[in-house]
Design a protein around this ligand. Structure first.
Ligand SMILES: C[S@@+](CC[C@H](N)C(=O)[O-])C[C@H]1O[C@@H](n2cnc3c(N)ncnc32)[C@H](O)[C@@H]1O
Length: 301
């Protein structure tokens, strides 16, 4: 599963490409930029200054999202309980060998990552971190049910390439672990993922587009459990879905990925969804695209 190729992204940070999944780990415009803009900035971390928080990083990969989180929390004396899920040890092995990656962060991040690699665990007076190696669909069950997360990062390969981590059944397990007011953050703006999260009772928001890259109308999704309107400040980098995005959720693209026993193959999950789309009366996604003058490229799913 793990033939990986090194990729230098446009902001100078390194990433990987998976030959098996035929997809890059990060946007070519910048691995570091993607982490900072989509995950770290959206997390609104200053609210945890001098406080404690629980975070779940699903699809840890090279560890950009956790590293950037740790870096910010070190600066603000937060106490962190971090869980990470990942099927493949090779990306972390790569990070620990890549000096340019390690230089991006405080030395403590390297110490934590080395300990996660050797012992699957790190603990000191501020941080308690565990990584569970294996299929996230199974390993998520090992997280004690008493732990609810303030932040969940979901950074799998795209739903078409790795539907296993975007199904209704997996997302249902994930969202059960979200604290009230907790944020689930993902780079995906897939209608299927958004509709599933909404059906699971979460309030969903769009991560505001980056104006330098006008082709994208969204940079991802934030799903909040028991959202408190009074706490959403206008300067947050996420907002309500636009009309285009709401209408996207009325099309066949919003049909969920399903995996009833959480053990289906990728091909079975994709085929089941295609069958459901074939018999659905929902608007075709092409009609929606034409109505809004969108090209396929501008709809990242
Ligand atoms: C897009 S990359 C993650 C990028 C990552 N957040 C980073 O900073 O590098 C997707 C990751 O998901 C992992 N993965 C794929 N299928 C998985 C599964 N079923 N369970 C857990 N991890 C999985 C891959 O090994 C890969 O590291």
């Amino acid at each position: 599963m793990s033939e990986l190729k090194e990729v230098l992204t446009k902001d100078g940070s390194y990433s990987l490409r998976s030959v098996f999944f035929q997809e890059n780990f990060h946007s070519l415009s910048g691995a570091l930029e993607e982490t900072k803009l989509k995950f770290t900035a959206t997390s609104n971390l200053p609210r945890f200054k001098d406080k404690s928080l629980n975070v779940l990083d699903i699809c840890f990969g090279l560890g950009y999202n956790s590293a950037s989180l740790l870096e910010e929390l070190i600066k603000q004396n937060s106490l962190l309980n971090l869980y990470a899920l990942e099927i493949d040890k090779k990306p972390l092995e790569y990070s620990l060998r890549n000096e340019s990656f390690l230089k991006l962060w405080a030395p403590k991040v390297k110490k934590i990552f080395a300990s996660l690699y050797r012992k699957d665990y790190f603990e000191d007076q501020f941080f308690k971190c565990s990584i569970l190696w294996g299929d996230a669909r199974k390993k998520i069950n090992l997280i004690p049910s008493s732990i609810k997360f303030d932040l969940i990062y979901l950074d799998g390969f795209s739903p078409q390439k790795c539907p296993e981590v975007w199904t209704n059944e997996f997302l249902s397990k994930v969202t059960e672990k979200l604290n009230p007011q907790g944020y689930l953050i993902t780079y995906s703006s897939s209608a299927a993922v958004r509709k599933t999260l909404r059906n699971l009772g979460l309030d969903i928001f769009t991560i505001k587009p980056n104006f330098n890259k006008r082709t994208f109308w969204s940079q991802g999704t934030v799903a909040i459990s028991k959202f408190d309107k009074n706490k959403l400040k206008p300067n947050f980098n996420f907002e309500k879905l636009s009309l285009i995005e709401e209408e996207h959720l009325l099309t066949k693209a919003s049909i969920p990925y399903r995996d009833q026993n959480l053990n289906s193959s990728k091909d079975d999950i994709i085929k089941r969804r295609l069958d459901e789309q074939l018999f659905s009366n929902l608007l075709s996604t092409n009609e929606w695209r034409e109505k809004w003058g969108l090209t396929k490229l501008s709809v990242k799913s």
